[in-house]
Design a protein around this ligand. Sequence first.
Ligand code: SF4
Length: 324
Amino acid sequence: MTTLIDLRAKGEGQGEETRPRHPEKAGRPDALSPRKPDWIRVKAPTSAGYHETKALVRDLRLHTVCEEASCPNIGECWSVKHATFMILGGVCTRACSFCNVSTGKPLPLDPDEPANVAHATATMGLQHVVVTSVDRDDLDDGGAGHFVETIAAIRRAAPSTTIEVLTPDFLRKPGAAERVIDAKPDVFNHNLETVPRLYHSIRPGARYYQSLRLLDSAKQRDPSQFTKSGLMVGLGEAKDEVLQVMDDLRVAGVDFLTIGQYLQPTKKHAGIDRFWTPEEFKALETIAYAKGFLMVSASPLTRSSHHAGEDFKKLRAARLAAQV
Ligand code: SF4
């Protein structure tokens, strides 16, 4: 069976043309997935807070990974005005097979984007903000300068807000990651996403050891920064492989691990191999704590930025407790 691919207005509200979000996936056969179990179902977003967040995001022409990645938690997060801002535009130069962010040739950077993210952070009264981005392999610095500007703009507009960056891998961009680390975000997050054996099919443009080295170098360069990484399960990985990734992350000094269930954005994306049960997630969480992570969030609907503000407070408390 084949399905028409997802069409959606690129840069909604900005007068841009409607184009396929994933032209590179158009010719692929549909990938079948098992039916969603009960523990995955979420309610459609309807609250007033959700609509207020949506209006603000539109007014400031911002992108959020909440929408772009079709996050199942959007109703819950946006109703309490927690959104994850996606900078460097809305079009990614990679074509990962798990990701719903549009792929193609990106537009030039929006010079107002750092100030607009800062304005939204202050207006929403966020105590903790998560800033992520598309991959911009077309830029000499991979977008690092824009991350630095965004961090500085948030510090000016909302000095008490803690900042978490969820960065690309800056593959083949010498010096780029260092610039972001030196801008001193409170949390440096980079998701490994999956086990090394599946990189060629799930993250074909990335390299497992590059991603691991990035996390290691962030911790080496500034040990005061918390480091964080995330994994999806349900793509065909074995439990032993997940445990090996945990060990690799601990060797790289990573403080916080998130693990969630992969959900297939469209039938043209990688199929779901299986749904890990809530009990299996609990077991992963227990093992991860035993391996020495300061914080672990593992559940079917865990996402990198889910409850990031509350988790940051717990992370800080866990470090203090470990130092006593
Ligand atoms: S979990 Fe993260 S990406 Fe998903 S809606 Fe919440 S803030 Fe957005």
